[in-house]
Design a protein around this ligand. Structure first.
Ligand SMILES: Cc1ncc(COP(=O)(O)O)c(C=O)c1O
Length: 387
């Protein structure tokens, strides 16, 4: 295990292991929103290698990347610059989605697009709203544009369903330039209907833009058709190929919107932000759509297994339309650390969502899900994890 260099401390940053300040030399270099995924620095401190840890904290296709994608990457000419407009990939997406290539903007993950949208549509003094608790990048992107977004928050006692009447009234009154809705929502898994989303878009009264992040749509068993909303002109759809096709390390996402909105957003995108490997992987993935369907079915089966096992253990879990589950466990940060140290399993502690009693787990294959249940039985049985 590597030792921290010196014993200076870094004020304001917490060491995930000791809950005290971090030691100098191990500083966080990217203090943005908290996310799932393995934290190499934390694993180092625990004497663990990333390869030996089973990651339940990042919610992606349980099958990972398709073999055909890996094959396409092997023959990639890496010395040439990538196509700045991602033309071939946009054409492939257009055929796949039955939409025009001009209605698509590809990004270095959908996260890049969230930030570009905020830059293009917000200036200090504007208003933005975020349906929460949710993915931290929406608020972060708004703040980088000088806007502190209004949070429209759902409550655990209502199974994290929003009070829609209240939300619609709030939006009509606020007249925000941007509203962010994640559907299905991270971390709750709640899924708004097409009619509910349409009402949210209409409550903007033609003034602002609704950003509907559908990063997890592909894992919904029966998703409603959302592309029709684009006809309203005030709706943007965000999709994540990172999650659909297991390309988190490459980064790939896209947005669908009117050409006017895309032109405004595209002005802020730097040249070559989507690298050649991501573009090639995206095209190979679209050529093999059965991989995603198999991943969805696997996640669906794993979710049913996990839900009934958690139920038998008396652990409350929010009904989820997506490939992850939000579980009430008591002191989540401690449980997460115990799972990591004792069982080499990484789950997402939801304190950063304002849910310190919840963890979020991604649904992996059945064998991995069984391992998670066994580990939870051991670790969650520890008295301090119960209220
Ligand atoms: C709701 C949501 N949107 C977008 C992203 C980021 O996806 P990408 O890898 O495409 O940037 C995440 C990642 O966790 C997410 O949860």
């Amino acid at each position: 295990m590597k030792q921290a260099s010196g014993n200076r401390t870094v004020p304001g940053l917490d060491n995930p292991l000791t809950e005290g300040p971090l030691q100098a030399g191990l500083e966080e270099t990217h203090p943005g929103p908290v996310h799932g995924g393995l934290n190499v620095r934390e694993l180092e401190l625990l004497g663990l290698c990333p390869e030996e840890v089973l990651d339940f904290s990042a919610s992606i296709n349980p099958l990972g990347a398709a073999p055909e994608v890996m094959e396409a990457l092997r023959s990639l000419p890496v010395c040439a610059y990538p196509d700045r407009s991602c033309l071939e990939l946009r054409r492939a997406l257009a055929a796949h989605l039955d939409i025009r290539p001009g209605s698509i903007l590809v990004g270095n993950g959908s996260t890049e697009l969230i930030h570009l949208i905020a830059r293009a549509f917000l200036t200090p003094g504007d208003t933005a709203a975020v349906f929460s608790p949710t993915f931290g990048e929406y608020a972060a992107a708004c703040r980088l544009s000088g806007v502190s977004p209004v949070s429209i928050r759902s409550q655990g006692k209502a199974q994290f369903q929003w009070d829609l009447t209240q939300a619609l009234n709030l939006i009509s009154g606020l007249k925000p330039s941007l509203v962010f809705v994640c559907n299905p929502n991270n971390p709750t898994g709640t899924y708004l209907s097409g009619e509910e989303v349409r009402q949210i878009a209409e409550s903007l009264g033609g003034r602002g833009l609704l950003v509907l992040d559908e990063a997890y749509r592909s894992f919904v068993d029966k998703p409603w058709e959302s592309q029709g909303l684009l006809r309203m002109g005030s709706v943007v759809l965000l999709r994540s190929m990172t999650k659909d096709y297991g390309l988190a390390g490459l980064r790939l996402g896209y947005m669908l919107a009117s050409e006017e909105v895309l032109a405004r957003v595209g002005r802020f995108q730097y040249s070559w932000s989507v690298n050649a490997a991501a573009q090639a992987a995206g095209m190979a993935a679209l050529d093999h759509p059965r991989h995603l369907e198999r991943g969805r079915r696997m996640a669906s089966a794993g979710k049913a297994f996990l839900r009934s096992a958690l139920d038998r253990m008396g652990l409350e879990c929010v009904p989820s339309a997506s490939n992850f589950l939000l579980i009430r466990v008591g002191e989540a940060s401690r449980l997460r650390l115990e799972l990591l140290k004792r069982c080499k399993l990484c789950v997402r502690d939801c304190a950063s969502f304002g849910l310190p009693e919840h963890i979020r787990v991604c649904v992996r294959n059945l064998e991995d899900c069984r391992r998670l249940v066994r580990a939870l039985k051991v670790v969650a049985a520890t008295p301090e994890n119960h209220e």
